[in-house]
Design a protein around this ligand. Structure first.
Ligand code: AHM
Ligand code: MG
Length: 336
């Protein structure tokens, strides 16, 4: 008989993905193998982040990343771990990392059919004060039999086959979509396994929270300014929304997914394309939002329709609850 106090039927992330893949008779387990290498990278980063203060892993590594920012040692370490884990999976052919200026083409003997775009450690300015940070990734597949070319990753986000993130917070949480809904898993440190804790995540249709760096307000465009004004001074009799902004995309998006509301990083006069990177920040989060029943919008179009021209391209992004994003879309439409 079932144990009264313990859940004895444990749904690990590996078991979940194997279950999902078994729906496709042509599946040869390549995706499960790829994902287990991504999960390994996340477990490593989780453990490194937890020890950051102790092990003196934080601090500058004496290098700058491609965007010219000072790079923390943990960023370098995380990037190395992910690149090595992905290459050694034997299932990848092109890797795009926030930390590497050029795309990495995997040597032919280790190639597989997947392309992985990722930010190994996003929100790194938060490391030193112990605020949640995360890894974000998206996965594309190359055309059958073809030589991998950069165009394989310069595709719109709707062509991703999977996307997810891992948040290194008060617990380590892995959120994944393979295109049929969104599921959340929490690392059980004693088992070293991610266990399903948030099955079939759906974002509330409308939320009570907005999340934005309001310090940029003086340079915002009309629709963004009007929307945030509406959040604070609603004219339809509803209550004002609460503001929550961590400044760590994974944490801000994770809260938005679970509690509802909107996360925005708009373009402004100083940075017309905003700050967040299309391939490994905007696309994976937009993919997850849509899969959870929400929406993601660039100010011009559905975010997943965007076709990037460069691997480190940026785009404004508005994502979250379906109804809240409808309001933002209406404000942009009224500008036309
Ligand atoms: P990073 O890739 O250099 O860590 O920057 C990305 C981060 C996101 O996690 C977050 O949403 C954003 O930058 C916050 O930016 P700002 O400090 O301008 O509000
Ligand atoms: Mg980043």
């Amino acid at each position: 008989h079932e144990s009264a106090t313990h859940n004895t039927d444990i749904m690990t992330i590996t078991r979940h993905v194997l279950n999902e893949q078994s729906k496709y008779p042509e599946s040869r387990g390549d995706f499960s193998i790829l994902l287990s290498h991504i999960v390994l990278g996340c477990k490593f980063v989780c453990s490194a982040v937890n020890k950051a203060g102790l092990a003196k892993l934080i601090g500058l590594a004496g290098e700058t990343n491609v965007q010219g920012e000072e790079q923390k040692k943990l960023d370098v370490l995380s990037n190395e771990v992910f690149v090595k884990a992905l290459v050694s999976s034997g299932r990848t052919c092109i890797l795009v990392s926030e930390e590497d200026e050029e795309a990495i083409f995997v040597e032919p003997s280790k190639r597989g059919k997947y392309c992985v775009v990722f930010d190994p450690l996003d929100g790194s300015s938060n490391i030193d004060c112990g605020v949640s940070i995360g890894t974000i990734f998206g996965i594309y597949m190359i055309k059958d039999g073809g030589e991998p070319v950069l165009e394989d990753v310069l595709q719109s986000g709707k062509h991703m086959v999977a996307a997810g993130y891992c948040m290194y917070g008060s617990s380590c949480t892995f959120v994944l979509s393979t295109g049929s809904g969104v599921n959340g898993f929490t690392l059980d440190p004693s088992l070293g396994e991610f266990i399903m804790t948030h099955p079939d995540i759906k974002i509330p249709k409308k939320g009570k929270i907005y999340s934005v760096n309001e310090g940029n307000a003086k340079n915002w465009d009309g629709p963004t300014t009007k929307y945030v004004e509406k959040c604070k001074f609603p004219t339809d009799g509803s209550s004002p929304k609460s503001l929550r902004y961590i400044g760590s995309m994974v944490a801000d998006v994770h809260r938005t997914l679970l509690y509802g509301g909107v996360f925005l990083y708009p373009g402004d006069k100083k940075s017309p394309n905003g700050k967040l990177r299309v391939l490994y920040e905007v696309f994976p989060m937009s993919f997850l939002m849509e899969q959870a029943g929400g929406q993601a919008f660039t100010g011009k179009e559905r975010a997943l329709d965007l076709v990037p021209k460069k691997i480190h391209e940026r785009s404004p992004i508005f994502l979250g609850s379906y109804d809240d994003i409808e309001e933002i879309k209406a404000l942009y439409a009224a500008e036309q």
